[in-house]
Design a protein around this ligand. Structure first.
Ligand SMILES: [Cu+2]
Length: 187
């Protein structure tokens, strides 16, 4: 049954190929349908960027420094750049990357922000790019729901809620010279 279906599909495809070969007026445009990916959702979501995040979470902490992670997903046909972040958890949120410096892994603000390629993803993960919470004003308990707002290069914003989650790794140091305003236990 399925083979007959496949055969008839093949026949259709062959016929299409033959007819397009026979036509001298076939435009040079690629035959693959160039369907625009960025079909706007409903009008009820005003100017919603085609951005989403998979499995957002925040490393649990008593207070002070912690970080948020997840996979940013760009559902649109154009690159999306995240330039800053905000959360009621802390007045100081930064977009960080982890780099090697003198054989040590250190984190520092990522110049230019996070770029999520068109139709692609950008992973925020311990040991890699992350949303840095510099000065959490309250404890992040397991299962806590922490709201975040990301600001995009085009001025749009993207909001999501991350869940508090225990995590033992990601003990990178800060780039020397960054004034943390006091000692903080990052673990
Ligand atoms: Cu950081």
């Amino acid at each position: 049954m399925s083979s007959r279906f496949a055969l008839s599909l093949l026949a259709v495809a062959t016929a299409a190929a033959i007819s397009s070969c026979g036509s001298t007026e076939t435009p040079a445009a690629a035959p693959v349908a160039a369907v625009p990916v960025a079909s706007a959702p409903a009008a009820s979501t005003p100017a919603a960027p085609a951005l989403s995040i998979t499995d957002p979470w925040v490393k649990t902490a008593k207070k002070g420094m912690t970080a948020a992670f997840g996979t940013l997903v760009n559902n649109s046909g154009a690159d999306i750049t995240v330039v800053s972040g905000a959360s009621p958890l802390s007045p100081m949120i930064e977009l960080h990357e982890v780099v090697e410096s003198d054989g040590k892994m250190v984190m520092q603000p990522k110049k230019g922000g996070f770029v999520i390629p068109a139709g692609g993803t950008h992973e925020l993960t311990p040991g890699g790019d992350h949303i840095m919470i510099m000065d959490a004003k309250q404890p992040v308990e397991p299962g806590a729901e922490i709201p975040f707002t990301l600001t995009l290069a085009d001025g749009g914003t993207f909001e999501f809620t991350a869940l508090g989650k225990d995590f033992a790794g990601a003990k990178e140091d800060y780039q020397p010279g960054m004034d943390m305003g006091g000692e903080s236990d990052n673990g």
